[in-house]
Design a protein around this ligand. Sequence first.
Ligand SMILES: Nc1nc2c(c(=O)[nH]1)N[C@H]1C(S)=C(S)[C@@H](COP(=O)(O)O)O[C@H]1N2
Ligand SMILES: [Mo]
Length: 172
Amino acid sequence: MRPFFKFIRLFLWCALPLLSSLAHADTFAPPKGEAIVTIKGAITASNTPDGLVLDLDQLKALPQHSFTTSTTWTEGKSTFQGVLLKDLIAAVGAYGTNVTITALDDYANTMPTTDAKEDGPMLAYLMDGKTMSVREKGPLWLIYPFDDNAEYRNEEVYAHSIWQIARIEFAN
Ligand SMILES: Nc1nc2c(c(=O)[nH]1)N[C@H]1C(S)=C(S)[C@@H](COP(=O)(O)O)O[C@H]1N2
Ligand SMILES: [Mo]
């Protein structure tokens, strides 16, 4: 074989897996348990024909985050645990500039992905260590650290605080 083609072959052999691992932030198997959330649109990850469907174990396998805060919907302070929207964006390879989150009651709200900060919104699936039933605004609730940041204590952010989340869609 001519050296040039040898080089090309070597290049493809080495570079393609690297490039594809950069493009696909994470790979996900189809969910084994009950589906909690469907994520679609401008993302690189996918595990079903409907998009990326995740169960609780798969959410637990993503980077975990927690904070304690009061909310206008809960009594006293509660500790919420889940996945930061920021970390979800990285994990699913979301490249859209906005995200629309839709609830089981078809309530939907759109926000820019730049709102997804380290000290910002989290997709909570545990409240005080327990999963939340639909009646308790579960299974997934977008919660902000309201107590830590006065800028989160206003109607606009309350409208982003979607409970009973079913679908998350990224778009440009
Ligand atoms: N699933 C779901 N989440 C939701 C809503 C809703 O109707 N359904 N309303 C949103 C809006 S517009 C606001 S201001 C607050 C409303 O909270 P409240 O109904 O306790 O005033 O929750 C937000 N999250
Ligand atoms: Mo609202």
